[in-house]
Ligand binder design. Sequence first.
Ligand SMILES: Cc1ncc(COP(=O)(O)O)c(C=O)c1O
Length: 456
Amino acid sequence: MIKRSRLHNLLLAEEQRFADTHPRSQELFIRAQRSLLAGVPMPWMVRWAGPFPVFVAEGKGAHFTDVDGHDYIDFCLGDTGAMTGHAPDATVQAMVAQLHKGLTFMLPGEDAIWVGEELARRFGLPYWQIAMTATDANRFAIRLARHITKRPKVLVYNYCYHGTVDEAFVALDANGVPGPRPGNIGPPVNPTLTTKVIEFNDVAALEAALAPGDVACVLAEPAMTNIGIILPDPGYHAALREITRRTGTLLIIDETHTICTGPGGYTAAYGLKPDMLVIGKPIGGGMPVAAYGLSDVVAAQVRDSIARDEADTGGIGGTLSGNALALAATRATLEHVLTQAYYDRSIALAERFMAGVQGVIEEFGVPWNVQRLGNRAEYWFRREPARNGGEAVAALDADLDRFMHLWALNRGILMTPFHNMALIAPDTTMADVDRHTSVFRAAVAALVGDGERSLF
Ligand SMILES: Cc1ncc(COP(=O)(O)O)c(C=O)c1O
């Protein structure tokens, strides 16, 4: 029902509109190409929907402005790193106070204990360690799992994302054969040597993969969030826990994105009992900080097996990790920003966001669906929600994706790049959500060609 030629023409028009209205960003991009590889500080930033990225001036709450003076509703929110909204007051105040008292010491302070206690209360795991990023926390958790179990392999889901963790850059091809994920840059070894990969929600595949007893840990998002939102089938988590326990495999739950579910993530909301848990991104209100929790049993095994005189050479480290500034930010963010009241309000707005998108899908009869988990909502270009990464990836449509993002961006809305995800911050308003619905409706109207494009 969406003609490719129409899509192509619409995309060209949006690219032109973007270039015309973002002259200062374009200027900066041209300058950036002289000192930054491909004109961007990170390789993936070349994938923003426009012909060049928007350069940011500043942000506060759920909005930011660019160097051309445009205001945006930010539904991307740093892909969860700024789920708290930009520069949340409580976090900023705590950070400013800490800035005058020193940033990094390689020594603990009381904030570290407060954070450990609070994470234990929220997630139910008694012992905690701090890292700089969720990527690091995942790497460290995998190391500990291998160390304890003496097993070589890790198991992940097809089209998962856990940060730049080598073991997790593996995927099944269209015939179900595992190999390096497309785009994997310089894998140290073929990831099939380190990793087993199965589809999410496939209990039989899980059983078969863990039966040989060579898997140290399953690294799992409790619901997949990086290839659309893929919810677990009823009973899947009970099966995952039972099979991992029976086969002596540790279960690491990565809550870095699913912290959108509630103050204790999906784990607290659904009573999961992981052996380890990883959390990162929003807990520092935008300040880089992550943490991983250990069960009583895992903690005892780790404590008993690491000699004090070798504790600094185990491959788990980072002199800047757990610094005083990051912990002051985390304490303030957990205490004052990521509160139950925030979740109550933002989940209601995410429901409204979803209902708006659903209404447009039904109005125009496009074969898409919208899913929600807590205060995160996402639409996907297939009629039924995907049950696993393979199904989701088969529905990717790069041009359509680019068009939807650019259409929104040209009308003051930033969605999470590379998929169609929106997060709700404490300061996101009903008007912000409704603005998305009307911009989304106009995009779909333009695509199916009922002449409503002139509305915008
Ligand atoms: C589930 C999950 N885990 C870990 C990470 C890595 O986070 P970071 O990039 O902050 O290291 C991400 C990043 O998107 C993620 O989605």
